[in-house]
Design a protein around this ligand. Structure first.
Ligand code: PLP
Length: 427
């Protein structure tokens, strides 16, 4: 898209002027006036999220226990309400989405409820690049059933250690596989998997499909209903800017409604029945059935503010700007940093590129520390990865330009050598 432009600061400024989303930047708080390229680990606080959280506290202050049913956003219905607000980001129907739990717990819920191994169909396909918590959840779920991971897990390996090949995934599909659990966007390389293609192929073998959308929700477009995806789960503190530990999300395709929850709890009840307090559960007839206990309302409230922005703008616009930001970043890296031995591991093809860039360098750990010292916030992923995520709602093209200049000067002057090349506790 940027082929006709010289890669200069003035091009960056021009792109900022033309940016249709530029007014949203003023809605966010920037720590230490930094160039914040870590929104894929923890999105920034917006004024709308702050207000939504304060409103939640206010309703507690004013109503006490009656906050469950009174006020602008009665707590009793908030998880469903947030589900409805999230649905448009996913191409899902409102009743298929619920704000609940966490990524890890929601995966456990999906497995416990829908993975029903029998003597011939009992395997789960995962990939060798997935985030550890997903692997821990799948393995522990198997072990809790007395099943050995070595017999029941099929791991699709990456050919180059960074990308997955859809054909390699499909080679594992057979009538012995019950479920496949993959990420929509890989957390390291930022590769977007072809979720539609994988789902269609899996279904030909009767395999259920679950996607971890932690890095794809709020960053790329989804058509979960049209694609026929069975289940999805995600966190909301990354691209959705819900705040540290904000409540997660769960999608259950409506064709699976009615299945008894594996991890049942009283908040999965049909609303009108919940306070009958019967010992026989009457589950909700939608994705809400897969909630467990009382929702973490203070960790849900900020989403009211941040999701309202996503609804206003729409994923199409966000994706468009995001791709332009990462294209500009990749091209600048190419132009400015050629002689410094960085290797880009991000797909350059826009169709396969999520919303962050993953660079490798031997000195990555201390380069990241040097960047932070100069107020450019990346994140480090060991052993030698640097993730940079310019964010559509709040980053500018001029920041991309500046960040690359800072990186260039760190390499030129070798200022990274002041730091130790090892990771901190959180990296
Ligand atoms: C961030 C992330 C998680 C985090 O799981 P939590 O339960 O929210 O801690 C899981 N999977 C992937 C792919 C992630 O990127």
């Amino acid at each position: 898209m940027l082929n006709d432009f010289p890669l200069t600061r003035s091009t960056a400024e021009k792109l900022d002027e033309q940016d249709e989303l530029k007014k949203y930047r003023q809605e966010f708080y920037f720590p230490k006036n930094s160039i914040y390229f870590d929104g894929n680990s923890l999105g920034l606080l917006s004024k709308r999220s702050e207000e939504a959280l304060l409103r939640m506290l206010e309703s507690w202050k004013r109503f006490g226990i009656d906050g469950w049913t009174e006020g602008d956003e009665p707590w009793f219905y908030l998880s469903e309400r947030l589900g409805e607000m999230t649905a448009s980001l996913l191409g899902a129907e409102a009743e298929e989405v619920i704000a609940t739990g966490s990524t890890t717990i929601n995966l456990h819920q999906i497995l416990t409820t829908f993975y029903k191994p029998n003597s011939y169909r009992n395997k789960i396909v995962i990939d060798g690049l997935n985030f550890p918590t997903d692997i821990y959840a799948v393995k522990s779920n198997l072990m809790a059933r007395g099943l050995e991971p070595k017999d029941h897990l099929i791991r699709v390996e990456s050919r180059d250690g960074h990308l997955l090949n859809e054909e390699d995934i499909m080679e594992t599909f057979s009538d012995e596989v019950a479920m496949v659990v993959l990420s929509g966007v890989l957390y390291r390389s930022g590769q977007v998997l072809d979720m539609e293609y994988i789902t269609k192929e899996a279904h030909k073998h009767g395999i259920l499909v679950a996607f971890d959308l932690c890095h794809s929700i709020g960053s790329v477009e989804h058509e979960l209903s049209n694609w026929g995806v069975d289940f999805a789960f995600w966190c909301t503190y990354k691209h959705l800017n819900g705040g540290p530990g904000s409540v997660g999300g769960l999608y259950v395709n409506k064709k699976h409604f009615g299945k008894s929850p594996g991890l049942a709890g009283w908040f999965g009840s049909k609303k009108e029945k919940q306070f009958d307090l019967e010992h026989k559960m009457t589950p909700a007839e939608h994705a809400g059935a897969y909630q467990t206990g009382t929702p973490q309302l203070l960790s849900a409230a900020p989403l009211l503010g941040s999701l309202s922005m996503f609804q206003e703008v729409g994923m199409k616009q966000i994706r468009k700007k995001s791709l332009l930001l990462t294209e500009f970043l990749l091209k600048l890296i190419n132009q400015e940093l050629k002689k410094y031995a960085f290797t880009n591991r991000t797909p350059t093809n826009p169709k396969n590129r999520g919303a962050h860039i993953f660079l490798e360098h031997e000195e990555a750990a201390r380069i990241c520390k040097a960047l932070k010292k100069q107020h450019v916030i990346p994140d480090y992923r060991g052993p030698n990865g640097i993730r940079l995520a310019p964010v559509a709602l709040y980053s500018t093209f001029t920041e991309v330009w500046e960040a690359v200049q800072v990186l260039k000067s760190i390499m030129e002057k070798e200022t990274y050598k002041q730091f130790k090349n090892e990771r901190n506790v959180i990296a």
